[in-house]
Ligand binder design. Structure first.
Ligand SMILES: C[S@@+](CC[C@H](N)C(=O)[O-])C[C@H]1O[C@@H](n2cnc3c(N)ncnc32)[C@H](O)[C@@H]1O
Length: 327
């Protein structure tokens, strides 16, 4: 299935999981799709349920999508804006990026948010303690060349149309508030930040929050899927077998290369946890025993070779930690 990629980028974007999730929810009946952690919204925009409640604690994401919905931002406007601002970026040899960043941090214009998301280092989304966007420039003054502007303009157009033909409600709120709004006939896709990693102003997560999320999802009586990781060479995500012990587990395997060397190829398992049996899921108990017996943790056949950025960053941190503890 062709995946429609949103114009906003983030390290947590689940573009590579969209088809996996879609294929698991295709036959399920529900009234409304709810995401307490919508991020870029790529999952909902591709599953395309009729009714959606998409929420996030990051106000800039919600402002951006609300502006698409109200047509305050259109593809035509984005094209003109990026052409004009892209020229200034090129003329300044890249310095203009920091002017836009300062302007965004004082005014919060959604077009500036798009500009930063598409010209910052690695398409990352990070905010400092005061809530200011703090990712540096990608160091390509010619970043907004015609081909990229066309690509972004098309992305804006596609997502605007998806929003126009659905019944989307976007809310800037904490997941605890969203949990209270879930009905038993909703389907919830939950993609919280990884516990204890990438702490940033709108995006930090603790064990206590994972427990609150678990309790809220279970007591809502709605069907849900939660995205997380299961294991890598060094560690297993034990929360899968404690906090989420009542869930079925479905996994996908990714490979990453340590230090870019083909010979140091390690596997990492990404997981979908659910309170319903997914197409290829196994019970939590069975997964636990597979791990204990050193058997395959893979429940799907498809293998991907590119690790999503969020996972790659987590693995990099892991590696740094291990290197430190070995010296
Ligand atoms: C892993 S990302 C979600 C990525 C999304 N599924 C996508 O594909 O783009 C986690 C999101 O949770 C949001 N978030 C973090 N803490 C939150 C909280 N307490 N309440 C609501 N959203 C939160 C972050 O702003 C971030 O957008």
């Amino acid at each position: 299935m062709k995946v429609f990629v949103p114009p906003i980028k983030s390290q947590g974007i689940k573009t590579k999981l969209v088809n996996w999730i879609s294929s698991n929810v295709g036959n399920i009946q529900y009234d409304r799709w709810v995401e307490p952690f919508m991020g870029t919204g790529v999952v909902a925009f591709n599953v395309r349920p009729k009714n959606d409640l998409l929420c996030d604690s990051n106000p800039h994401l919600i402002t951006f999508y609300k502006a698409l919905q109200s047509k305050e931002i259109t593809s035509g406007l984005v094209k003109n804006y990026l052409t004009k601002e892209g020229e200034k970026l090129l003329k300044s040899n890249g310095d203009y990026y920091y002017e836009v960043r300062n302007r965004f941090n004082s005014e919060g214009n959604p077009l500036d948010f798009l500009f930063l998301s598409r010209s910052c280092f690695n398409g990352m989304m990070r905010f400092n303690r005061k809530g200011g966007f703090n990712v540096p420039f990608c160091k390509k003054p010619n970043r907004f060349a015609q081909a990229l502007i066309t690509k972004i303009t098309n992305q804006v157009e596609n997502i605007s149309q998806i929003i126009e033909f659905g019944n989307y409600i976007f809310k800037n709120q904490d997941y605890k508030k969203t949990l209270k709004e879930i009905n038993p006939n909703d389907f919830v896709y939950s993609d919280p930040p990884y516990i204890g990693r990438h702490v940033d102003y709108f995006d930090s997560w603790s064990e206590e929050e994972e427990i609150v999320l678990n309790k809220g999802l279970i007591s809502s009586n709605a069907k849900f899927i939660l995205s997380t990781w299961l294991s890598n060479k060094y560690r297993t995500n034990d929360y899968v077998f404690s906090i989420w012990k009542e869930c079925f587990v479905s996994t996908k395997e990714h490979f990453y290369h340590v230090g870019g060397k083909e010979t140091n190829r390690n596997a990492v398992y990404e997981a979908l946890l659910s309170n319903i049996k997914l197409k290829d899921s196994i019970s939590n108990f069975e997964m636990k025993s597979r791990i204990e017996l050193n058997e395959s943790q893979l429940t799907t056949t498809e293998k991907k070779h590119e690790v999503p950025l969020q996972l790659a960053m987590a693995l990099e941190e892991e590696q740094k930690y291990l290197n430190k503890s070995n010296t």
